[in-house]
Ligand binder design. Structure first.
Ligand SMILES: Nc1ncnc2c1ncn2[C@@H]1O[C@H](COP(=O)(O)OP(=O)(O)O)[C@@H](O)[C@H]1O
Ligand SMILES: [Mg+2]
Length: 246
């Protein structure tokens, strides 16, 4: 009930296997850092969990409900996707105001106007951008847009938050705010969070546990301290100590 589990997962593109996971377990309420070289399959893993990518085989247990990932229909996927929110590396803003961009998910869920307004304003406050609520979202700076993308994810109060290198193109000021919001949200709601990052100090700051993906496999998984201080596999040692040649 209190876990996200993946079993017997295989993803192929054009006949090439890019992700193979016998079993992965994520405890509810923890923050996981996902690291690994480029092309290791990190984004594919999050996209599969978010039901954006169909594997050739695989089962997911999401907090008590089991889904066969390879046969799932669009209709079946909607209620599962609504338990999750995804923030990608590059924010995509709709041609609308900041307020409307953040409100989007709540409108899909058919909340009433007052509730939407209250929750959107609270989310904008969290990301410290209340003053921009009437601005056209497409005119935002990169850092602002990414914080709005985070507000848009958090306003839906997801059970599972999926972050794919969300701060990779942000400056230190925006990274600090972004991390603070994630930590605050996690403290308040204990949202299970999976975060891909190339920023190892960031994984150390935020994650309770980390996974190392290498060549489409989970090569190592451990609590964050052990992961960085005593990596077991040679690949993770090379990665952590900057010796990995991709
Ligand atoms: N839609 C796609 N079609 C073909 N190959 C893909 C597609 N998406 C990802 N890949 C390939 O799958 C592998 C894993 O990609 P990805 O999950 O994006 O890696 P990472 O996020 O770790 O950098 C890469 O070799 C990439 O080229
Ligand atoms: Mg990626």
């Amino acid at each position: 009930m209190n876990r996200l589990e993946l079993h017997d997962l295989e993803v192929t593109f054009g006949g090439r296997t890019v992700l193979q996971v016998e079993q992965a377990v994520f405890e509810r309420g923890r923050i996981y850092g996902i690291v690994g070289p480029s092309g290791a399959g990190k984004s594919t893993l999050l996209r599969v969990i978010n039901l954006l990518e169909k594997p050739v085989r695989g089962r997911m247990d999401l907090f008590g409900s089991t889904v066969d990932l390879s046969t799932l229909s669009y209709r079946q996927s909607v209620p599962i996707q609504r338990q999750m929110a995804f923030v990608a590396q590059k924010p995509s803003m709709f041609q609308a105001t900041v307020f409307d961009n953040v409100a989007l998910g709540l409108r899909y869920r058919k909340l009433d106007r007052n509730q939407i307004s209250m929750r959107v304003e609270a989310a904008l406050e969290q990301v410290e951008l209340s003053h921009l609520h009437s601005q056209q979202a497409q005119t935002l700076s990169g850092g602002e847009a990414q914080r709005i993308a985070l507000a848009r994810a958090l306003v839906c109060e997801p059970e599972l938050l999926l972050l794919d290198e969300p701060t990779a193109s942000l400056d230190p000021y925006n990274i600090t705010i972004f991390e603070r919001v994630i930590q605050m949200f996690h403290r308040d709601r204990r949202t299970t969070t999976l975060m891909i990052t190339h920023n190892l100090p960031q994984a150390k700051r935020l994650a309770d546990a980390c996974l190392f993906l290498h060549k489409g496999r989970i090569a190592e998984q451990a609590d964050t301290d052990r992961f960085f201080q005593r990596p077991v596999s040679e690949e993770l040692q090379d990665f952590v100590f900057g010796r990995m040649i991709c």
